[in-house]
Design a protein around this ligand. Structure first.
Ligand SMILES: [Zn+2]
Length: 211
């Protein structure tokens, strides 16, 4: 898996093969249908969801192994969490495509995000970390449903931010990965220079040679 190693070093993906080029969790989640080295949907199973969140730093190893145990006790409940997230991801894709075309955020999507967030009881907590004090949101849900929380929270945060108008989909052929365009001149066109950007440069070069 030499290719994955190079992409990890370039900051394009993490060691689990999930893309990290979105610029934030919500957009990496939107890109999670693709996973390097896997042919099927990147969130095709409950284990995939655990890996996705763990590799993005949103799930602790201990919590992941507790939930892995839960999978044996109640697989149906775990699968329905994944199914709901995959459904949400499809709707989120539509929102991103529409907003790139200048359309406002779909109110049904907004309502769905709010309804799902409403199911969580949460409180704030100040915690001492290696980098100093941090303010965290703690939720009381301990079942597999809690896995949706960081994703829902970041989608909500995304919708309320100026990242919405800065989100683009890659100009590469058949790529379609999303990213928040935070480049200083706003001209970023590719999900990453190490993949689509390079390919486009090579193609442009070959075209010039042909001419
Ligand atoms: Zn691309």
């Amino acid at each position: 898996m030499a290719k994955l190693g190079a992409l990890v070093r370039a900051g394009v993906a993490n060691t689990e093969g999930f893309y990290t080029l979105g610029g934030r969790l919500a957009i990496d989640f939107a890109n999670s249908h693709r996973r390097i080295g896997h042919d099927r949907d990147g969130l095709g199973s409950f284990e995939d969801l655990l890996s996705f969140l763990k590799s993005h730093g949103h799930l602790h190893e201990d919590e992941a192994s507790d939930l892995h145990m839960f999978l044996f006790q109640n697989p149906e409940r775990c699968h329905s969490v994944v199914e709901a997230l995959v459904g949400l991801r499809t709707k989120f894709h539509n929102v991103l495509t529409n907003s790139a075309g200048g359309w406002p955020i779909d109110l049904d999507f907004l309502n769905e995000i709010n309804q799902r967030l409403e199911a969580f009881k949460s409180h704030l907590k100040v915690e001492s970390t290696d980098e100093g004090m941090a303010l965290k949101t703690v939720i009381s849900e301990q079942g597999p449903e809690k896995l949706a929380y960081p994703i829902l929270k970041d989608i909500a945060d995304f919708l309320a931010s100026d990242h919405v108008e800065k989100t683009k989909s890659c100009a590469g052929d058949d790529c379609g990965l999303y990213f928040v365009n935070l480049s200083r001149n706003g001209r970023r066109r590719w999900c990453s220079m190490s993949t689509c950007g390079n390919r486009a440069k090579v193609n442009a070069y070959l075209k010039r040679q042909e001419a």
